[in-house]
Design a protein around this ligand. Sequence first.
Ligand SMILES: [Zn+2]
Length: 310
Amino acid sequence: MDWSDFPRENVKCTLCGRDKPEVLSIQRGWPVARCGHCGFIYLSSRPVESALEEMYSREYYESADVGYGGYVGNFHKYNSIFTKLFNRRAHDIEPYRGQGRLLEVGCAHGFLLDHLKKRQWKVKGLEVSPLAAKYAIDELGLDVYCGKLEDADYEDDSFDIVLLLDVLEHLHRPFETLKEIGRVLAPEGVLVVQCPWELTHWEERAEAFLKKMKPCTITPDAVPAHLYFFDPDTLEAFMKKGGFSTFKRQSGNYGAIRRHIKPVPVDVGPFYERCARFFYFRMGFQQLLYRSARIIGKGNGLIRYARYEQ
Ligand SMILES: [Zn+2]
């Protein structure tokens, strides 16, 4: 599939609304730009919403290129890793239980919801991919709405927790979604957002330095499905603009499962680079660094807990 082929639209900075894009790099034909006013990094020209929606509804979960190729097969094959991550998630959200009503926006095949349901959460899910939603409903027996949050018609104060995991960076109208989440959340309800930290993360800065590339020009993940490239500051500003006040910050490990399934190749470049790659990727050095980074809040996944203020 040619990802540069979508009909496109030019957009202003989603965070501050100014039109001062400074292009950092072109990725798959799409300009990754930093806002000259507020520093937010985004695709200044992006696929129109309907084009991406169609892609999510058809190929996203099958394409190994940008989406979740072979997701169901991988879930079963690497079940112990998924279970470990799901247990960690369950443990993290237990303190905000309330009446135990949980909504996952962008629940894919519903594996996390299924896990939480077995831990006595009352779960519901939303998913735009009919293929993934059908699996969640038919195979796992979950209450999943196939479509967008705005169309799901949930009543006010329906949920104690809303999970928005690896979704925000995909949304054309993120503030409408955040507002709707605020409406369906109970007054003391909690939104958990998770996004990748791309381009300005230490590992990518180091990689750019070693490759003698300009900072922030390493290829980010999933362009043009990812429209925004957050860092800790811009994510928090983004949430604030959406009416949410962050009260807890956690660090995650973005891409952990994928790295396991498809290890980074080491057989690349001249001899010294192969040696360095082998040492870093295969001898556990990257894993050690990642673990340490997560503990001090510098992991490449940004997890934020927030309450609606408006
Ligand atoms: Zn801006």
